[in-house]
Design a protein around this ligand. Structure first.
Ligand code: A3P
Length: 323
């Protein structure tokens, strides 16, 4: 049954109107900044704080559900592709030379693994098929996800690379390079932008991964780049579908790595293919840029590097988070 966004907006009107806001565009809820009012309704970018509130009140997870959590630009698309390929490997066969019919070769991973705090998910939760994603903070997750012990995979990435990836992203979404780097840098460092602050987001999931290691897996983009095969095996095991020795011998792990590689996915997502019925304000190729570690050194001034490094050192003090 479809949920009417206007009804949800009305239901949470008082709650949302009491939240701190910037330019009436984003609001701060439970320590993080989100969009409100479903202002991109009917599109594939329809995140909203009202959706988070609705999920917190009504979402019933199943114990078998898997949630992929991330801060934007940390490697969400890659993690979605890998997890989808892993969990559907019986249904959608993969092999090194004949993955030509795999759905990921025609459709963006975002269409298969929906973000839950969106209009499209609230309208049609069943299309998730047990694998879902979120950019919301750990502390704001609907209680049923925690109470049922659902598996949560978090992907973290070096904040300097996240920032540079994000800066390119916002400038692609808006007019080409209309957002000066200094302005975006200021909002990234102060945490006042969609899903910010980055560091608090990471800390929430990191601490949860220490407290509940069977339920929360903490991965990094850098480890995934360094040793993709091993990380993919770790991911499959955590998701409850480890590779058998036969699958490994048959080259299935490598097949998934190849299928989800930056080269492959960026190639097949160059054009808008197989759209869902939501309008695309984010084109499929917007999620792919360079796909490397350390590109931020090519953009950041030494002062900017120092500022981010100082925040990271201070915020992550005493935590063993390495990129
Ligand atoms: P860069 O802008 O540094 O290239 P998200 O999916 O969370 O929005 O993150 C986007 C970042 O992940 C972008 O980083 C993008 O290029 C990179 N990325 C997307 N798909 C990838 C893949 N298959 N392998 C490695 N990196 C990938």
């Amino acid at each position: 049954r479809k949920k009417k966004m206007s009804i949800i907006i009305e239901r949470y009107k008082d709650k949302v109107s009491a939240l701190p806001k910037i330019n009436n565009a984003i609001c701060k809820y439970e320590g993080f900044w989100y969009a409100h009012g479903f202002w991109l309704t009917g599109t594939n970018a329809n995140f909203s704080v009202e959706a988070i509130m609705d999920l917190q009140d009504e979402f019933q997870a199943l114990p078998t559900d898997v949630f992929l959590a991330s801060h934007a630009k940390a490697g969400t698309t890659w993690l979605k592709a890998l997890s989808f390929a892993i969990s559907n490997r019986t249904k959608f066969k993969i092999s090194n030379d004949s993955c030509a019919t795999h759905p990921l070769l025609t459709t963006t991973p975002h269409d298969y693994v929906p973000f839950i705090e969106t209009e499209s998910f609230l309208n049609n939760p069943s299309y998730a098929n047990g694998l879902m994603a979120t950019h919301m903070s750990y502390t704001s997750l609907p209680k049923s996800i925690i109470n049922f012990g659902c598996r949560i995979v978090y992907i973290c990435r070096n904040p300097k690379d996240v920032f540079i990836s994000y800066w390119h992203f916002v400038n692609k979404v808006k007019d080409e390079f209309s957002n000066p780097m200094d302005d975006v840098f200021e909002s990234f460092c102060t945490g006042v932008y969609l899903n910010g602050p980055f560091w608090d987001h990471v800390i929430g999931y990191y601490k949860a991964s220490l407290e509940r290691p069977d339920n929360v897996l903490f991965l990094t983009y850098e480890d995934l780049i360094k040793d993709t095969k091993n990380e993919v095996k770790k991911l499959a095991k955590f998701m409850g579908c480890p590779f058998t020795s036969k699958e490994e011998d048959d080259g299935l792990v490598q097949g998934i790595v190849n299928l989800c590689s930056f080269e492959k996915l960026s190639e097949v997502n160059k054009v808008n293919q197989n759209s869902t019925n939501t309008k695309k304000v984010l084109s499929n190729d917007i999620h792919f840029r360079k796909g490397i570690v350390g590109d931020s050194v090519n953009y950041l001034t030494p002062e900017m590097i120092q500022i981010i490094d100082n925040i990271t050192r201070e915020k992550f003090d005493g935590l063993n988070i390495a990129f």
